[in-house]
Design a protein around this ligand. Structure first.
Ligand SMILES: Nc1ncnc2c1ncn2[C@@H]1O[C@H](COP(=O)(O)OP(=O)(O)OP(=O)(O)O)[C@@H](O)[C@H]1O
Length: 359
């Protein structure tokens, strides 16, 4: 690293604390996010949830209607955009088509006031770090998607930003390239040292890249936590679908949950009372063609098969009943049971296989 670059900023000691409000006609984003130095915050949510709006607001590209953005207690939202030291990787990278990879990376440093030679030296180092040393002279049009992504990442990191923001950084890549770059990106995010925020549609990507997840829906944070916390106890139908869980709402009393949509579940926990969620993995539900005889404490209910579809190495069966359920079976089991859409089936789930928690 050149001397004037090394002295430029210290990304590693700043915590992001933001309360962001953006009014956009019918849509309002009102979300609080925090990220510690070195922490990668994954932002997930359905289309139109406000993920990009959040990122643009943090970057200063969309004005706040309210709230504040602080880095280590200092107001970032009062700093002019060009002085914010925020690195952004956009979904389509937004590289300058007429500049070489090296000039694209050097650009941000030039804007920060680095001299041309120093900026080029740092840019070369960064292209080397992302494995593109021999492509420094190429323009974006001569690079593959994966290479362009790495130039965009190098451009964002070269400025030693206090905050790093990435909007669907791997979405534009083909599946194979995405897989390879995911691991590289995780490595770069880990060595970055400042707080970073990654928007993604892909739950697997979120789990690999992020230390903690924030789920946005309708402009609000509906859940946050580690991937494990979010997937074990989804707070909304969106999260449950994302992680492939059945999620039910109901009212608990004395180890029994009366489900809002009809039906009851015996759950293991007798201490729960009042509104609860019950999450059940599709693989924890068994299917029978005739009513099973009573065994260990379990829930048994009847339903109609409304869908049978292949899902990787399993078959996912959708059953309409009280309650409805998604069930994962092996192909052999589906053949043995002679399951087909339109037929009736009995479902069972052990009380111990249900996760019940306060809603
Ligand atoms: N320039 C704009 N003017 C007015 N409304 C906008 C504008 N951009 C986005 N919106 C609205 O803001 C809401 C949130 O959009 P945003 O792009 O932030 O969502 P997102 O979670 O990033 O969605 P996606 O996953 O589809 O990219 C949407 O309802 C959208 O219609």
């Amino acid at each position: 690293m050149s001397r004037d670059h090394a002295s430029a900023g210290a990304a590693s000691d700043k915590t992001l604390t933001a309360q962001v409000r953006v009014d956009r006609g019918a849509f309002t984003l009102d979300a609080a996010v925090t990220a510690r130095p070195g922490e990668v915050l994954g932002v997930i949510g359905p289309n139109g949830a406000g993920k990009t709006t959040l990122l643009r607001a943090l970057a200063g590209l969309t004005p706040l209607s309210g709230g504040r953005i602080e880095l280590d207690g200092r107001r970032l939202d009062q700093v002019p955009v060009e002085k914010r030291r925020v690195g952004v990787v956009f979904q389509d990278y937004l590289l300058f088509p007429h500049l070489s990879a090296m000039e694209n990376v050097a650009y941000g440093l030039r804007v920060q006031g680095h001299r041309k030679a120093a900026a080029r030296e740092v840019a070369r180092e960064w292209l080397d770090r992302v494995g593109l040393a021999e492509h420094a002279g190429k323009r974006p049009g001569q690079l593959s998607g994966g290479q362009a992504q790495r130039v965009a990442l190098a451009r964002a990191l070269a400025t030693e930003p206090d905050l790093l923001l990435l909007d669907e950084p791997l979405a534009a890549l083909d599946a194979g390239t995405r897989l390879r770059l995911r691991t590289d990106l995780r490595t770069h995010l880990t060595s970055y040292g400042g707080p970073s925020l990654v928007i993604t549609h892909d739950p697997v990507e979120a789990m690999i890249l992020a230390d903690r997840l924030v789920v946005l829906e309708g402009g609000r944070v509906v859940q946050e936590g580690t991937a494990g916390e979010v997937t074990r106890r989804p707070a909304t139908d969106y999260v449950a679908r994302l992680v492939g869980l059945n999620l039910y709402r109901g009212d608990a009393s004395d180890g029994r949950v009366t489900l809002d949509g009809g039906g009851t579940f015996l759950v293991g926990d007798r201490t729960l009372a009042g509104p609860v969620h019950v999450a059940v993995r599709p693989s924890e539900i068994a299917v029978y063609m005739v009513e099973p005889t009573a065994g260990s404490p379990r829930n048994t209910w009847r339903g109609r098969i409304v869908g049978v579809e292949a899902l990787g190495d399993r078959i996912r069966v959708a059953v309409d009943g009280a309650p409805p359920a998604l069930v994962d079976l092996t192909a052999d089991a589906v053949a043995d049971l002679d399951l087909r859409a339109g037929g009736d089936a009995w479902l069972t789930a052990k009380a111990s296989a249900l996760t019940a928690y306060p809603a």
